[in-house]
Design a protein around this ligand. Sequence first.
Ligand code: GUN
Length: 303
Amino acid sequence: MAILLDGKKTAENIRENLKTRIRALAEKGIRPGLSVTLVGDDPASKVYVASKDADATEIGIQAWTHRLPASISEAELTAHLLKQNADPSVHGILLQLPLPSHLPSDKLLNLIAAEKDVDGFHPISLGNVMLGRPGFKPCTPWGVQVLLKAYGLSPAGKHVVIVGRSNIVGKPLMNMLVQKEEYANATVTVCHTGTPDISIYTRQADFLIAAVGKAEVITADMVKEGAVVVDVGMNRIKSDKTKSGTKLVGDVHFESVEKKASYITPVPGGVGKMTIAMLLTNTVLAAEAAVAEAARLKRQTRP
Ligand code: GUN
């Protein structure tokens, strides 16, 4: 039976450490500020945004959630984002995805000031990730790496197989895990909808990362005995065992795979909370960088 990779507990520890850094910033008169924008009323996005707001507030980050109507125009949303860029009390800006189909996500994400891009979705942030340079890392792939590290599970020298090539998870994670760094330095294979038979690859994985977005598609026969299995998926499916008539499951068929894996993340309680913890970490980093930049400018302008 696999050992559970407890993302909830690991995220709690991260938040505790952040509190110390937030207190140090408070002594300098700075409170980290996170501006979250939710367009429309996608039910899952509403839940994620509420969770981000609650976790940020709990550790002392000033969080603003801007709820904008689905009918908002590109020009109005552009003006709103530029206002967040210009506000010095805002250190981090997050535009919750997906956006309604009339809004161009890529173009709007590009507007977010790179120094406030706490989601790590801006091409500058992603470019830095690819080059292995400092910068904001996208929260979910970073959360996966930090969770593995918390359990001393290094992918170095191992074969990591990622299923899914999204810009949010698969592509950045692939780039992070091939860097010549600690808790990286892996051989990485990325499977996707263009891969005729993903099981050929998943069965070779020492570390299997599922970021497909489809309920329970990774089954035990696709997993190597003793593999470390990380499930990034969050899918709501019908269930006659719950009051609501639905339940949350991952991309991995947990019940069968936990018998074969050495370590596995549960859903919920795995990667989800890590994503938010890394968002808060990026927000504190953004505030610390703003303080350092202000001090640098002050030194520069001293007569
Ligand atoms: N939609 C699903 N996951 C995310 C995320 O991590 N950030 C944003 N902005 N939108 C999302």
